[in-house]
Design a protein around this ligand. Structure first.
Ligand SMILES: C[S@@+](CC[C@H](N)C(=O)[O-])C[C@H]1O[C@@H](n2cnc3c(N)ncnc32)[C@H](O)[C@@H]1O
Length: 288
């Protein structure tokens, strides 16, 4: 894989979260899924993220893998490069990127997630963007567009996924990179019964997650119930659509992006089906 220097001022505008009109953003209090361009997936996932934002970092604690993402991006570009993270959440990925010198814009439709990010980032190192990423048009490009931790699977239907991939492409500099993390869905695709998992919320309770799969539409119904001490149980449901690696390449091709590398982890492990975590890290470049 080649290493490219970060783009210069040509792809930069002022560091701002302001979004041009008609860009499909959601105002506070409005259901993002009903904002221009927002789909069912956006509405569902936003409500789901708002419900889980307060425990998100406890359920998915920071792991060394997250530090690896910054090192992986440094194999593609240089410190100081601009990064657009789709689905920034609480900043689990974005903040370690900022530590390594990346200039990160983080998009999320969930005000709850962005509020947690703001608490963790009092210096404002990450530029938050409250918007539906499938309808995003910031009027500028980035050296890297990053969609970690299955964010692209939050679009629940093929037409939403195509719109999302076009949004990815229009924010990628001509010499930039698109980096997408998805999971290999082989096991889920043949799952016959709901998979139930329990996650501890340390010192406060637990979360039970149930995942059911509709293989014909590649949808996963994800239902979570939070049991926190002294509080009534709180439930949240969302839908995702899993993507096969070949399907991801097809979507990328529709948006004029071409696969340049694929790994099964952030340390460039070969993608050969031998990885038990079933991670799929795909790198795309814009077609000229
Ligand atoms: C699986 S979480 C990943 C968060 C973060 N990247 C991480 O690894 O911790 C996906 C995030 O994408 C956001 N999201 C899902 N669909 C979205 C959409 N259409 N527009 C903007 N954000 C969205 C969710 O609110 C959530 O915060």
């Amino acid at each position: 894989m080649t290493t490219t220097a970060p783009a210069t001022e040509t792809n930069e505008t002022a560091e701002t979260a302001e979004i041009p009109e008609a860009a499909g953003t959601a105002e506070a209090g409005e259901t993002p899924g009903t904002a221009a361009g927002g789909g069912l997936g956006t509405a569902l996932t936003t409500a789901y993220s708002d419900a889980l934002a307060e425990v998100y970092d406890e359920i998915y604690p920071a792991t060394p893998d997250l530090e690896d993402i910054a090192d992986f991006l440094l194999t593609l570009t240089a410190s100081g490069a601009s990064v657009l993270e789709l689905g920034v959440g609480t900043g689990r990925v974005a903040l370690p990127l900022a530590d390594k010198g990346f200039r990160v814009h983080g998009v999320d439709s969930s005000e709850g997630m962005l509020a947690r990010l703001a608490e963790k980032d009092p210096e404002g190192r990450i530029t938050p963007v409250h918007a539906d990423f499938a309808a995003l048009d910031l009027g500028r490009t980035f050296d890297v567009v990053l969609a970690p931790f299955n964010s692209l699977c939050c679009a629940v239907a093929p037409d939403e996924q195509i719109a999302l991939m076009h949004a990815v492409a229009r924010h990628t500099a001509p010499d930039g990179h698109v980096v997408v993390e998805t999971f290999d869905p082989s096991d889920y695709h043949v799952q016959k019964k709901n998979e139930i998992s329990t996650y501890p919320v340390p010192g406060r309770g637990a979360m039970i997650e149930s995942i059911g799969v509709l293989p014909a539409s590649q949808n996963m119904m994800v239902h979570n119930t939070l049991f926190l001490d002294g509080e009534p149980p709180k439930s949240a449901t969302t839908v995702m659509r899993y993507l096969w690696p070949s399907e991801l390449d097809l979507l990328a091709g529709i948006a004029r992006l071409e696969l340049s590398a694929r790994y099964s982890g952030w340390r460039e492990q070969p993608f050969d089906g031998g990885d038990s975590r079933k991670m799929c890290v795909s790198v795309y470049r814009p077609l000229s």
